[in-house]
Design a protein around this ligand. Structure first.
Ligand code: NAD
Ligand code: DAU
Length: 352
């Protein structure tokens, strides 16, 4: 590890909290500063197990605040940045695109500028690592995989804002010589994911015997990766990735939404001692997502061959672990499902 002081943005969110935990535990000699605005998606409870460790610090702040970000670089003299802070939910981007433009594009440029100003052309042992998504590549047909050379074709305000931020990060590499690396990952699942996303939403609804909303026919396909395996990939890429390069990260694990939900129903029936089929009866087909991307699937062979990473968990094991975590952490779910969530949920699903 070249870095002594690493800024992790968005560290109170789903993936960020797993990355913070891995770095704080694995690198006790490295100071990890978690910068997070604590939006509805940020939750310090996600890090309760490590928040008193001496190499961890939390800073509440907004990446869109230029002055604040510049001051933070002066205060800590970061040599590494792992940038995860973002608005991350596609459905929210359809109803409110502007907040995605502000956080995902303007916020990323603020961080790039602060790093550039602070490092002032002295780039030895410095790195800006931008975390992105496979959604920038658009939508696949029945066959084929996204590679690092696939042309960008974002189709939602969320993916367009992430694509834009990827282009800007690359522009800082080519124009200013800033050392950067980018990774584009497929759908993550696991503990601590906010229940607006499919898997925790389905777990929560099954548990409470509420309808399971399936968009369209449920035949859209996603490639699911256990979140800890994404954090492991981020660690490897941060330490060994080639500057200026992009790495795709995926689970080699494609599922149609409806098949995935049916598996979850069976596992939940067993765990909750319900009659077989009880949870499946909750499946409700609802109006499709606007511009719903048909299929995502990642070719991670570059990461596997060059940096020797591969997913460690089979999906069957990962989904059991995930369901167990949500069932054992009722309090976590109760705390995130407040009045604001209820309002979001009703607005999002009432008219479908
Ligand atoms: P999340 O929504 O769970 O967490 C985002 C975090 O960013 C939250 O803690 C939030 O408080 C913080 N944040 C939001 N706006 C901020 C701002 N203006 N200033 C500072 N902090 C702010 O998201 P996630 O699912 O953990 O995704 C993290 C990153 O990984 C995102 O960049 C996302 O695009 C990318 N990604 C996610 C997935 C996935 O399946 N979830 C897959 C690939 C890539
Ligand atoms: O591919 C990576 C992306 O995965 C990340 O960049 C995003 O941040 C992350 O949110 C995720 O995007 P998706 O749109 O694929 O995830 P979501 O959990 O919202 O939906 C997964 C699939 O399930 C998708 O095809 C839409 C469908 N869906 C979703 C919800 C919330 C439903 O059928 N019903 C639902 O209620």
């Amino acid at each position: 590890m070249n870095s002594k002081r690493v800024l992790i943005s968005g560290g109170a969110g789903f993936i960020g909290s797993h990355v913070v935990r891995l770095f704080v535990n694995k690198y006790p000699e490295v100071e990890v500063i978690n910068l997070d605005a604590l939006t509805y998606a940020g939750n310090l409870e996600n890090l309760a197990d490590i928040d008193n460790l001496p190499n961890y610090k939390f800073e509440k702040g907004d990446i869109t605040d230029e002055e604040y970000i510049n001051d933070l670089f002066k205060k800590y003299d970061f040599d590494g940045v792992i940038h995860l802070a973002a608005e991350s939910h596609v459905d929210r981007s359809i109803t409110d695109p502007l907040s995605f433009i502000k956080t995902n594009i303007v916020g990323t440029v603020n961080l790039l500028n602060a790093a550039r100003n602070h490092w002032n052309g002295e780039y030895e042992n410095k790195l800006f690592y931008h975390i992105s998504t496979d959604e920038v590549y658009g939508s696949l047909g029945e066959t084929g995989l996204f590679t690092e050379d696939t042309s960008y074709d974002p189709r939602s305000p969320y993916s367009a804002s992430k694509a834009s931020s990827d282009h800007l990060v690359r522009a800082y590499f080519h124009t200013y010589g800033m050392p950067v690396v980018i990774s584009n990952c497929s759908n993550n699942y696991g503990p601590n994911q906010f229940p607006e996303k499919l898997i925790p939403l389905v777990i929560n609804n099954i548990k409470n015997m509420k309808p399971i909303p399936v968009y369209g026919k449920g035949d859209n396909i996603r490639d699911w990766l256990y979140v800890v395996d994404h954090a492991r990939a981020i660690d490897v890429i941060f330490n060994e990735g080639k500057h200026g390069d992009t790495y795709n990260i995926g689970g080699i694990n494609e599922w149609t939404n409806i098949d995935l939900i049916r598996v979850m129903c069976r596992v939940m029936d067993r765990k909750l001692n319900r009659e077989a089929g009880a949870s499946e009866s909750l499946i409700t087909f609802v109006k499709d997502r606007a511009g719903h991307d048909r299929r995502y699937a990642i070719d991670s062979s570059k990461l596997m061959n060059e940096l020797d990473w591969k997913p460690s968990l089979q999906f069957e094991e990962g989904i059991e672990k995930t369901i167990d975590w949500y069932l054992e952490n009722e309090k976590w779910m109760k705390n995130v499902i407040d009045g604001t969530y209820e309002k979001y949920y009703n607005r999002q699903y009432e008219e479908r």
